[in-house]
Design a protein around this ligand. Structure first.
Ligand SMILES: CC(C)(COP(=O)(O)OP(=O)(O)OC[C@H]1O[C@@H](n2cnc3c(N)ncnc32)[C@H](O)[C@@H]1OP(=O)(O)O)[C@@H](O)C(=O)NCCC(=O)NCCS
Length: 146
């Protein structure tokens, strides 16, 4: 990920407070993913307006708890975020990316029908350092429910 995990509960609360505020302003929507029967925490997914790009474009992000990875949850949850972005937000396109080495994330993006458009060298920055990232894109017209 381009961000570092929260160090303590205080930082965690800062994240959730900001997420609630941005939900109110309509700039970003963060969901917690839970196991249906038990309510066990699985991870988080988000849709964030990509203000740096022209048109009505939204970014897709996801994070799954290490104990819950490899069970298809990121794919399942991301499909629903895509539906929300196109149907509820009326977006034209969705953008996403992963750090070059993050093969699992690339698999998720391909499984949800996003198209690999190339690589960026400077767009993603981690700890002040530019990172090579694989870029993905999906237009509403190419959106396939799968
Ligand atoms: C990337 C991530 C969200 C995937 O979540 P997940 O719920 O495990 O994803 P899914 O189970 O839906 O699919 C993962 C796919 O990657 C594969 N995979 C898992 N770990 C892998 C690895 N280390 N190398 C290559 N492929 C891997 C799985 O086999 C699966 O592919 P398959 O369906 O063809 O078998 C999760 O690993 C994660 O949260 N990582 C840390 C945070 C992160 O990288 N977020 C994304 C930032 S761009």
């Amino acid at each position: 990920m381009s961000w570092n995990p929260p160090k303590d509960f205080n930082e965690m609360h800062l994240f959730t407070d900001e997420a609630l505020l941005l939900w109110e302003t309509g700039e970003k929507f963060v969901w917690t993913v839970e196991e249906k029967e038990t309510g066990t925490f699985i991870g988080r997914v988000e849709a964030k307006r990509a203000r740096e790009l022209p048109g009505n474009v939204w970014g897709l992000g996801y994070w799954i708890h290490p104990l819950q990875q490899g069970k298809g949850y990121a794919t399942e949850a991301s499909k629903e975020v895509i539906r929300f972005i196109f149907e509820d937000l009326g977006a034209d396109s969705i953008v996403s990316s992963h750090l070059d080495w993050n093969e699992a994330s690339g698999k998720v993006l391909r499984k949800i029908s996003m198209k690999h458009t190339g690589f960026s060298e400077n767009r993603v920055v981690k700890n002040g350092k530019p990172m090579r990232a694989a870029e993905f894109w999906l237009d509403r017209k190419d959106w396939k429910l799968c």
